[in-house]
Ligand binder design. Structure first.
Ligand SMILES: Cc1cc2nc3c(=O)[nH]c(=O)nc-3n(C[C@H](O)[C@H](O)[C@H](O)COP(=O)(O)O)c2cc1C
Ligand SMILES: CCCCCCC(=O)C(=O)O
Length: 368
C-alpha cells in the first residue's frame, strides 16, 4: 500500500481501465489523446491535484443539495456532459446511450455537432427518459453562413435549449497519436450525422466539418441575430475575451482548453478560471471543463466561482466500458462525491462555498 501516492483506484479510473480493454486501440487513442506533447491534457488533471479545500466547521449545514440552475434548466448535479465527437466508436449505442443516462441523472447534455447520431435522435432519446431533459447543441461556426444557419435550424427543431459555440478551434489541433495511427476519418459505416443534407453536401452524403481561422466576433454577432437560443461560448481562457463575450450578449462562458486537444501550451483550465470569474462572474455564469475527475475537483471549481463543470473523457470511459449503465455510473459517482465533499466542507450547496476555501498545496494556507 502506498499511503502517499494519491492514485488509489476510483470508480472512474476502473471504468477507464475497462474502456481501454474494450476499445479498438486506434479509437482509444482518439478518445484519450491530446495535442502535441499532451502537456495541457496532463496539466488539466494535475492542476486540480495542486489545490486543496479548506473545510469550514460547525456550520449546521445539514444534508447537501447538489442541484444548480443552468440557463433556466435545473440540473440535479453541478456536472454536465461536455460535447465529444464520434461516440458510436466507443459503443454501438453511442450518443443515444449518453443521452438516456444523462437525462436519467437529471443534468444537461451538450451534444456534439460531430456526433455519429443526428441531434433530433439524441434529443428524442433524452426526452423519452425525461420530458424536460436539457440538451444543448455544440456548434463549430462554419465559414459558410448558410451551413451554420442550417445546423442552427436543425438544433432548434430538435428542441435544443442552447447553442454552445466552440471558439478554441481556428484550426484542428495536432494529434500525434491520430497521426501515428493514420486516424483522420470515420471508418466505413459511421458518419457525422448532423452534417448530412446540408447546403453543398453531396446527395445523401455529409459535408466535412470546417475549422476556420477567419472567424471573428462578427460571426458570433451574426449567429446571435439568427437565433433566439442562448449562446454559450466554449473555449474562453483570457479575461479580456470573457469581457468581450459578456458585452456581446453571450449567455454563459465555458472555460475550456478542449481537453488539451487544441493549444498544447494553454493553461490548465482550473488555473485560468479565477481570472475569468473575476472579469465577468458577476455578469454571467462561468462554466469549466478539463481534467475534472472527482467530486473534490468539482467543488474546487465551484468554490473558485464556476456555476457547474463539464466532463468529457469520463463519460466516454463509462460509455465504452458499460454503455448507458457506465455513463450513469460516472454521473451518479460524481453526484455522490460532490454531495459528500460539500458536507465535509461545511457547505449545504455551492452558494456556501467561498474562494478562500481553495488553497495551493505546499504553500500553507495562502490563497490561490
Ligand atoms: C474524444 C473527444 C472528442 C471531443 N469532441 C469535441 C467536439 O466535438 N466539440 C467540442 O467542442 N469539444 C470536443 N471535445 C472537448 C470536450 O468538449 C471537453 O472540452 C473536454 O473533453 C474536457 O476535458 P476532459 O476530457 O478532461 O473532461 C472533445 C474531447 C474529446 C476527449
Ligand atoms: C474535423 C472533424 C471535427 C471533429 C471534432 C472533434 C473534436 O472536437 C475533437 O476534439 O476531436
Amino acid at each position: 500500500m502506498t499511503a502517499d501516492s494519491g492514485d488509489a483506484p476510483t470508480v472512474l479510473s476502473e471504468l477507464r481501465e475497462k474502456a481501454g480493454t474494450r476499445l479498438d486501440p486506434v479509437h482509444r487513442d482518439f478518445f484519450e489523446g491530446g495535442a502535441d506533447a499532451e502537456i495541457a491534457l496532463a496539466e488539466n488533471e494535475r492542476a486540480f491535484r495542486r489545490l486543496a479545500l479548506l473545510p469550514r466547521i460547525l456550520r449546521g449545514s445539514g444534508p447537501a443539495d447538489t442541484a444548480v440552475t443552468l440557463l433556466g434548466d435545473r440540473a440535479a448535479l453541478p456536472v454536465f456532459v461536455s460535447p465529444t465527437a464520434f461516440q458510436r466508436l466507443a459503443h454501438p449505442d453511442g450518443e443515444l446511450a449518453t443521452a438516456r443516462a444523462t437525462a436519467a441523472a437529471g443534468t444537461v447534455l451538450i451534444t456534439s455537432m460531430a456526433s455519429t447520431t443526428a441531434v433530433a435522435e439524441v434529443t428524442a432519446a433524452a426526452r423519452a427518459v425525461r420530458a424536460d431533459a436539457a440538451v444543448w447543441f455544440q456548434l463549430y461556426l462554419q465559414p459558410s453562413p448558410e451551413v451554420t444557419d442550417a445546423l442552427v435550424r436543425r438544433a432548434e427543431r430538435a428542441g435544443c435549449g442552447a447553442l454552445v459555440v466552440t471558439a478554441d478551434s481556428p484550426v484542428f489541433g495536432h494529434r500525434a497519436r491520430d497521426d501515428r495511427n493514420g486516424f483522420h476519418d470515420l471508418p466505413a459505416g459511421f458518419a457525422a450525422e448532423n452534417m448530412r443534407d446540408l447546403p453543398g453536401a453531396p446527395q445523401g452524403g455529409t459535408l466535412d466539418i470546417a475549422m476556420s481561422p477567419g472567424l471573428s466576433w462578427d460571426d458570433l454577432r451574426r449567429l446571435r441575430a439568427a437565433t433566439r437560443l442562448p449562446i454559450v461560448l466554449k473555449g474562453v481562457l483570457h479575461p479580456d475575451d470573457a469581457r468581450r463575450a459578456a458585452d456581446e450578449g453571450v449567455a454563459a462562458l465555458l472555460v475550456s482548453n478542449h481537453g488539451g486537444r487544441q493549444l498544447d501550451a494553454a493553461p490548465a483550465t482550473v488555473e485560468a478560471l479565477p481570472a475569468v470569474v473575476a472579469a465577468v462572474g458577476d455578469r454571467l455564469p462561468v462554466l469549466l471543463d478539463g481534467g475534472v475527475r472527482s467530486g473534490s475537483d468539482v467543488v474546487i471549481a465551484l468554490a473558485l466561482g464556476a456555476t457547474a463543470v463539464g466532463v468529457g473523457r469520463p463519460v466516454l470511459w463509462g460509455l465504452a466500458a458499460e454503455g448507458e449503465a457506465g455513463v450513469a455510473r460516472v454521473l451518479e459517482q460524481l453526484r455522490a462525491e460532490v454531495a459528500h465533499v460539500l458536507t465535509l466542507c461545511g457547505a449545504r450547496d455551492s452558494g456556501d462555498l467561498t474562494r478562500d476555501q481553495v488553497v495551493v498545496r505546499g504553500l500553507g494556507v495562502a490563497e490561490c
